[in-house]
Every structure is written in C-alpha cells, then in structure tokens.
Design a protein around this ligand. Structure first.
Ligand code: ZN
Length: 246
C-alpha cells in the first residue's frame, strides 16, 4: 500500500510537472504585444474594437486627400488602406489583415500604443505646461486624437524614406494657442494637428505632398501666411484645405 501511494505521488508529480512545462511553452493568456493583440484575421465585413485599433494603425495609408473613418467597420476604404500599408512594408498586399500584417504592426508600436518613432512627449509642450489640458476637448480625448496623428506621421515618415520628422508644435491649450498667434479654430487645440519643422527633415514640399496621402486634410505650408518654416498637418474631416505652392 505504502509503495502504491508512493507510485501515485510519483505519477501525479510527473503529470503536473509535464503540465507546467506545457503551460510555459504555450501560454494561453499571454499577449503577443504589450499594447494590443489581435486575435483573429480581419477582412471586408469584420466589425469591432479590433477593427477600430487596426484602422488607427493604417489611417496614414489612404489615397490623396482621403481621411479614413475610424468606425470599427472594415469596408472597402479600410481594405485599400491595409493593402497600401502591406505593400509599403513589403508584405503580400491582399487587403486582408492577418498574422504578417499584425506582426509588422507589433514591430511598429510601443507599449503605450504609439508608433515607435513618435511619442506623446513631442506633442505636449503646450507652451511649457507639459500637459494636454485646457484645450477644446478633454486631455484624454486630446491624447487619443494625437495618437491617431502619430500613426499618420509614422506612415509619412516611412513614405519619405524613413527620415526623421521633427514636431515643433503639437497640442495647445486655448490660451497657449492665442499666445502663439494660432487661429481661433486651430486644430492644435483638439490634438488633431502637428507642425513639422524643417531642420534635419525632408523638404517642406516633400512633407506637404506626402501628408496628402497620409490622411491629413488640412495641409499648410509654403506660401500660406506664417507657415514658411514648417508644414502644418491636421485632421479636418471633409474640409480639404491646402497651401498653394507645392
Ligand atoms: Zn499648425
């Protein structure tokens, strides 16, 4: 009897030991990515939060003058954007977001869901206040709007040959905006705009032109008053507005 119990304990130890090893080898609950993990392939007709998160990542891969609607519905516009994203990064371009597309996105994103080449700190100077408060929307909304802008800038940066883009002004509170002479309807107060400086960046017209296919509908550059030393890009759905000289 004693021997049998000993045998049972040995068998149980083996079984549980084996399970522990198996569990370590294939974790069921662990995330593939610290920011966000997609658990299914997405294609035309898919809906949900995972589609919305995908749309934010590919919003910079639209046709000229287009602004992708972030609505969690995978339609023709999303499929086209995914296709351009795929070919932009050398993947098979089928407009279906599967493992290869998500692996590329995981490579491109930081743990806080911003793209690898941009960070909230570049957008929050706010005239020295270093926060996202005092604008036309809540700080949370301003940051979410900025996150979208950052993904569009990541696309622009890649299209421009992976050259750095220098953000000289991001979010501004209402008072900060008036103190720097911003327009009373400036998108900077919503976290929907960025000013890109010219130092160590692509030329003003190169940036202006690539901004057009990165989903920005408000593009101000050379020839527009006050914009000769930077390019202003912004998300102003349905109101394409551009400077004349590029
Ligand atoms: Zn601006």
């Amino acid at each position: 009897m004693r021997r049998r119990i000993g045998y049972l304990v040995a068998v149980l130890a083996l079984v549980f030991g084996g399970m522990a090893v198996t569990a370590m080898a294939t974790p069921v609950t662990a995330s593939a990515d610290a920011c966000y993990t997609w658990n299914r392939t997405l294609s035309n007709g898919s809906t949900g939060e995972d589609v919305r998160e995908l749309q934010i990542r590919v919003a910079g891969w639209v046709s000229s003058g287009e602004n992708l609607v972030i609505d969690g519905v995978y339609g023709a516009a999303t499929a086209s954007a995914v296709k351009r994203f795929q070919s932009g990064y050398g993947l098979a371009a089928d407009g279906v977001a599967g493992p290869a597309t998500f692996s590329k996105i995981y490579e491109l994103q930081d743990a806080d869901c911003t793209p690898v080449h941009f960070d909230y700190s570049e957008f929050n100077d706010n005239c020295g206040a270093n926060n996202f408060n005092g604008g036309k929307v809540s700080a949370t909304q301003a940051k979410e709007n900025i996150r979208r802008v950052m993904w569009q800038l990541e696309a622009m940066r890649h299209k421009l040959g992976d050259r750095p883009l220098v953000v000289t002004s991001g979010f501004r509170s209402v008072s900060c905006n008036s103190s720097v002479g911003g327009s009373a309807t400036s998108l900077h107060m919503y976290g929907q705009a960025a000013d890109l400086g010219l130092s160590s960046s692509p030329s003003q017209c190169q940036m202006w032109n690539s901004g057009k296919t990165a989903g920005f509908e408000e593009l101000l550059g050379p020839g527009y008053p006050g914009h000769n030393d930077h390019v202003h890009v912004g998300n102003k759905s349905g109101q394409f507005w551009s400077a004349p000289n590029c």
